[in-house]
Design a protein around this ligand. Structure first.
Ligand SMILES: Nc1nc2c(ncn2[C@@H]2O[C@H](COP(=O)(O)OP(=O)(O)OP(=O)(O)O)[C@@H](O)[C@H]2O)c(=O)[nH]1
Ligand SMILES: [Mg+2]
Length: 189
């Protein structure tokens, strides 16, 4: 595997979303080359209900590469989830053709988080570039229709998918959707 430092491609997709949702995991799952990550040991271990406990966090941009169905390579840029790295996250979005908002589907504030993150991200990028990927959804906090409704409030055209950042097929589908590559889409409508 060859390491990639800096983008060597013309198209780019950015992964954004809360701390620990799985952005780095998704970049590593999908990448054709080894990923230059910017993860460091974290003291901000998340212990809130239902959220994942982890000991590292992303502080800069991490870059992987994904091979699109037409054979071209696309840069996949993971961003930090923590609020204090807001500037880093914002820097990745304008040059991306697609922005994927990864969100939690199962914790007690999942719906409110969805609304707040959508509002925040929709201020930064046009909604036609946006895709929402819901992780860990189990219906325990709110039905899927409620998440769809929250997305509709911003733009009904924004695709919403259920995806596991650890599963290659899921991340592949998220990326195709993000670049609006025609496919048999199992989006929530
Ligand atoms: N059970 C479960 N675990 C998941 C899922 N998606 C990701 N994980 C795990 O959650 C953790 C996510 O960690 P990261 O990929 O570092 O998260 P991140 O979004 O990059 O975090 P920051 O960069 O710190 O904001 C990993 O340990 C994953 O294995 C999921 O759908 N279900
Ligand atoms: Mg990360």
């Amino acid at each position: 595997m060859k390491s990639v430092i800096g983008g060597t491609t013309t198209r780019q997709v950015a992964f954004v979303g809360p701390f620990g949702v799985g952005k780095t995991t998704a970049v590593c799952t999908i990448s054709e080359s080894s990923v230059a990550t910017t993860d460091v040991a974290s003291t901000a271990m998340m212990l809130r209900a239902g959220r994942h406990l982890k000991t590292t966090t992303t502080v800069g941009l991490e870059i992987g590469q994904w091979q699109a169905p037409d054979g071209s390579m696309v840069s996949i840029v993971g961003t930090p989830g923590q609020e204090r790295f807001d500037m880093v996250r914002k820097s990745a979005m304008p040059r991306s053709q697609g922005v994927v908002l990864w969100l939690y589907g199962h914790h007690e504030h999942a719906l409110l988080d969805t609304e707040l993150w959508l509002e925040f991200i929709a201020n930064e990028v046009p909604t036609h570039k946006l895709t929402v990927a819901l992780t860990r959804f189990d219906g325990s906090q709110a039905p899927l229709e409620d998440f769809r409704e929250a997305v509709d409030q911003v733009d009904p055209a924004i695709p919403l998918l259920l995806a596991d950042p650890r599963e290659r097929d899921d991340v592949d589908q998220v990326l195709r959707t993000s670049l609006r590559i025609p496919q048999v889409m199992e989006v929530v409508s």
